[in-house]
Design a binder for this molecule. Structure first.
Ligand SMILES: [Ca+2]
Length: 282
């Protein structure tokens, strides 16, 4: 299913980088608002060059909420104050709206047994959801009403938007910028400290940066969309405590930014919790 050689490569790359001590530590104070941190980061990294080293920071949970442990989370985002989630697995893939406070599924539509749901996002009133290897993306209304299917030429993994373009990952070190008909406008290679940053998964556009879950890890890359450089590596290990893990608990995946209040939320595949998190300012 996933490229094992690529997985090993990226894990080795991350490990080598870490042990070589090439991550720059984050200053600032923990516990500040995530949005404030992101904005401070945005301002402080203008003019970052290709030789810049990524900073490594830990995220801190500030609130926790219930999350459907049967949800194999592939997409997570807010739109007009509504929390949306897309889920994967053949026979179980869904698109849903969710109560943040209770974790209750408020509305849901199933993608169909032969589709493996992936990333999702709303742009200009259209809700897009990718499928993994089925060569199609689907467009729904914000009320989860089905509209149409669109051919999709790559594996579908993560999906987000900068408000003008759709931005997708495919499990590689590339991000794909597309128009509203999913036509490719630009492909951007993502690099971490000079190495390809592979296994990019669920995505979120936050204050001018692309946040990307890194598949099979507890890491999130914060990517500069103008040059593809990873500027920060957010370490989310320990976010879901061992006491809440079961044999069904899967990897970290799911980033949602609520522009209404600047809060950032993280969860994982089949996690029983969703967390609001704080990220230290640089
Ligand atoms: Ca997202």
């Amino acid at each position: 299913m996933r490229p094992v050689s690529a997985i090993v490569s990226v894990l080795l790359g991350a490990a080598c980088c870490f042990f070589a001590g090439c991550f720059v530590g984050c200053g600032g104070t923990r516990g500040g608002s995530a949005a404030a941190g992101a904005r401070a980061h945005d301002a402080s990294t203008k003019g970052a060059s290709a030789s810049s080293k990524a900073a490594r920071c830990a995220v801190t949970a500030v609130r926790e909420f219930p999350h459907d442990p049967s949800a194999y989370t592939q997409g997570l985002f807010f739109s007009d104050g509504v929390l949306y989630e897309s889920t994967g697995q053949y026979g179980e893939s869904s698109l849903r709206t969710v109560s943040l406070e209770s974790g209750e599924v408020l509305a849901e539509t199933l993608l169909g047994d032969r589709f493996f749901g992936e990333g999702s996002v709303i742009l200009d009133g259209s809700l897009y959801v990718l499928t993994w290897t089925e060569g199609q993306a689907f467009i729904y209304g914000p009320d989860l009403s089905y509209r149409r299917a669109v051919k999709y030429p790559r594996e579908g993994w993560g999906l987000t938007t900068d408000g003008r373009r759709l931005i997708a990952s495919d499990g590689s070190d590339w991000l794909y910028f597309m128009d509203k008909e999913l036509n490719l406008l630009q492909a951007l290679q993502v690099r971490l400290d000079g190495r390809p940053a592979r296994l990019l998964n669920e995505l979120e556009w936050i204050d001018g940066r692309i946040w990307a879950n890194v598949y099979l890890s507890d890491l999130i890359y914060v990517i500069n969309p103008s040059n593809g450089l990873v500027e920060r590596v957010l370490d989310c290990s320990g976010l879901l405590p061992d006491s809440l893990r079961t044999p069904d608990t899967d990897v970290l995946n799911g980033i949602a930014f609520n522009p209404a209040d600047g809060r950032i939320y993280l969860t994982g595949k089949n996690w029983p919790r969703l967390y609001e998190v704080s990220v230290p300012a640089l």
